[in-house]
Design a binder for this molecule. Structure first.
Ligand code: MG
Length: 411
């Protein structure tokens, strides 16, 4: 893999030069009933003069989507599960809202005229094709679905550059780096530090973690998030995925992206420059902030959210991650360095393993074992296209399921 590309070749560059100020933005929110989607709608609700809603989509949460549609009055709604179509259509029949159904409709809607800013809050692999289609159609994507870039970063960034599309990160760490980079020359960036809370198992021994159950893993110390990302935070795969996401967003090689554990989650990430200076972006741990920043960019939108209170945060501390216990982080760096479809394999194996853990079919430490086995066993492709990523994802999903049911992951 060529990992030495510069920020000039990323969506970031175009966005910094391309967006107008002061406009009321019409948003398309993919995954509006999930954790990030709901918080994005709260942002819209607080700033009706700045944001309106063009399209809302959900996978299965029909009732919540109906409620949201009635409140925000989008031009269209899409439900991924076709079985929910008639219920949704009937509930909205009195409103001038177009109703569509099916997975394909979700990725088609992002290409439509009138859809300009797309907030992709889908979870996991499901978000990748909509991101690909959106950047191929030259749209602006506010990206909360980190898996898009993990799976197919090389392809998505090259499409974004080709079509002058923009990608603005919503992931708090990447939003922090983005904010630190505004006004800077990409060539003066030496290194970035992604901060990690360390999750609920920070400081524990392997034998303590071995005994852990689902409730402990779902109990994140600082952030309130969906189940998948909360488990990814506990295994530190989330940080591994974020390293890969940062590589593609900011064009830095793996060696220039470092993870540092910062348990208070007040510094959201840092950039070190070639003159030795460092910028950090801080804020209370609340996803409304990076969502508002991404949607408001290039302006800052006034908000009444809580400010940092230094009598609450009397200490900011930093420590190295425990790479022996949290092997997913090492596996993610390896996948990034291997390149091609390796990170797609890593992601698919992880999605299956996290699901199996949540269904009590796999112990916590088995998650990294399944990922490692899949990286070993799945064929490597050096220059995958979109179809290759889809095939790799499906075949890895099958392989990971087989590894789990045959207990081949045993450590
Ligand atoms: Mg994050």
């Amino acid at each position: 893999m060529e990992s030495g590309n510069t920020s000039e070749s990323t969506g970031l560059y175009f966005i910094l030069n391309g967006l107008d100020r002061g406009l009321r933005k019409q948003l398309t929110i993919l995954g509006s009933t999930g954790s990030i989607g709901k918080q994005a709608l709260e942002v819209v609700r607080s700033h009706p003069e700045r944001f309106g809603v063009e399209v809302l989509t959900a996978q299965n949460s029909c009732d919540r989507l109906i409620e949201q549609a009635k409140e925000f009055k989008p031009n269209a709604v899409v439900i991924g599960n076709p079985n929910c179509y008639s219920r949704l259509r009937d509930a909205l029949s009195q409103y001038p809202i177009k109703v569509f159904a099916g997975e394909d409709a979700i990725s088609q809607i992002v290409e439509m005229d009138g859809v300009d800013i797309i907030l992709n809050a889908l979870v996991g692999y499901a978000g990748m094709i909509p991101t690909y289609k959106a950047v191929s159609a030259g749209k602006v994507v506010a990206l909360a679905n980190k898996e898009s870039l993990v799976i197919a970063g090389e392809l998505i960034i090259s499409e974004a550059v080709k079509n002058r599309a923009g990608i603005i990160p919503i992931d708090s760490e990447h939003s922090a780096i983005f904010q630190c980079l505004v006004g800077e020359d990409a060539r003066s960036v030496e290194k970035i530090y992604l901060t990690a809370s360390g999750g609920p198992f920070r400081g524990m021994s392997r034998s303590e973690v071995e005994l852990t159950g689902i409730q402990e893993a779902l109990n994140h110390p600082n952030w309130s998030m969906g189940n998948k990302i909360t488990i990814d935070s506990a295994t530190m795969m989330n940080k591994g995925l974020e390293v890969i996401e940062a590589h593609w967003l900011f064009g830095l090689p793996a060696d220039s992206i470092e993870v540092i554990v910062h348990p208070q989650s007040v510094i959201h990430s840092m950039v070190q420059f070639t003159d030795g200076s460092m910028k950090a972006q801080m804020g209370v741990p609340d996803m409304h902030l990076p969502i508002l920043y991404a949607l408001g960019f290039p302006e800052r939108v006034q908000a009444d959210s809580p400010r940092i209170d230094f009598s609450t945060y009397t200490q900011l501390t930093f420590e190295q991650p425990n790479l022996e216990l949290f092997r997913n982080l090492t596996l993610a760096y390896q996948a990034l360095k291997t390149g091609g479809n390796a990170a797609c394999i890593l992601n698919a194996a992880n999605e299956v393993a996290v699901n199996a853990f949540l269904n009590q079919q796999l112990p916590f430490l088995g998650i990294a074992e399944v990922v490692e086995k899949c990286l070993e066993l799945m064929p490597h492709l050096a220059k995958p296209g979109l179809e290759d990523y889809i095939t790799t994802h499906n075949q890895t999903t099958e392989k990971a399921n087989q590894i789990i049911s045959d207990k081949l992951w045993k450590y």
